[in-house]
Design a protein around this ligand. Sequence first.
Ligand code: TXA
Ligand code: MG
Length: 348
Amino acid sequence: MSHTLMLSSANGKEDISRAGDILRNGGVVAIPTETVYGLAANALDCEAVKKIFTAKGRPQDNPLIVHISSFDDVFSLCDGISDIAVAIMKAFWPGPLTAVLKKKPIIPDIVTCGLPNVGIRFPSHRTAREVIESAGVPLAAPSANLSGKPSPTCAAHVAQDMEGRIDAILDGGECEIGVESTVVDLTGEHPVILRPGGVTLEQMISVAPGTTTADFNRELKEGENPLSPGMKYRHYAPLSHVRLVRGDADRAAEYIKNKLKSGDEIRGVMCFSEYKDVFLSTGAHVVVSYGGRYDVSAQSKEMFSAMRAFDETPVSCIYIQASADVSGMGLALDNRLMRAAGFDVINV
Ligand code: TXA
Ligand code: MG
């Protein structure tokens, strides 16, 4: 493929229906959602789905989630849906929640990589829903980054990774949340969160008190099978070494400042906005901020974009100043930062 068509939701119905046409005809289109951009193709068309794996360079054993534009679609794609599952979906759909349920045969094995379950997501983003409706089919869509890169939160990020590799990019502006959906296994007696995300653990517990979390914040042992295949991949793998410095913001800043004094590496810092000048004046070569120290929503929204900014610089090590507060959206934020750091964490 040589040319990627640029479409925009600002052009209204016309570009949305062009995106829908391409998808219905087996093409791949990057679309905005409230979490991150997705790389979409007709979920019921094996050849179309194959193109997603190729464009992303995605491992063949990491399943895709399927996006729908109306609640009832889940019943035509999945079987054996429990009352608790319905309650959870009713509470958080449309929105940043992916429900893992038993798949019906209509969903091809290539989507789930042979697993009996499929992740279903009903996004709240207006353009996302309009594109799904226009395509007239459910859309398989992983995040629209090259495998191993940070998820894209604007169309320019998608273009960096996907220009020339897919049919079109539909620009819908910046993503509101900036962190991917919460993936929750709803096939058992109680919901199990496989990946923390836009719907918080606290919100889940308020609907289903028995909700638990999988052990997603650690590296897998060799040969170990994860509950969610995505958990075995390090998501952001920059060439540089990333270290996560977690705790009180002032103490984390002190720790990083000390490290900046030594060595002849090209040093980068990803920090809260209040600390940007401090680090610039104490030996960091590249400083990128990601939200205010108490503003977890802004941190979540800007995190992937900040990580991506380092890829255009020659830094060889990156220190990330981070909070140790994992309540609310903090849990998802911490999980993505941990993965970016390859679990190299210093608690201060
Ligand atoms: O917010 C999101 O979820 C975005 C937007 C585009 O919707 N999509 C997204 O997709 O983040 P992806 O493929 O980058 O991440 C989906 C995660 C992966 O970690 C995958 O392993 C897991 O969900 N997953 C998918 N299907 C699964 C299944 N049947 N069982 C367990 N985990 C599954
Ligand atoms: Mg992804």
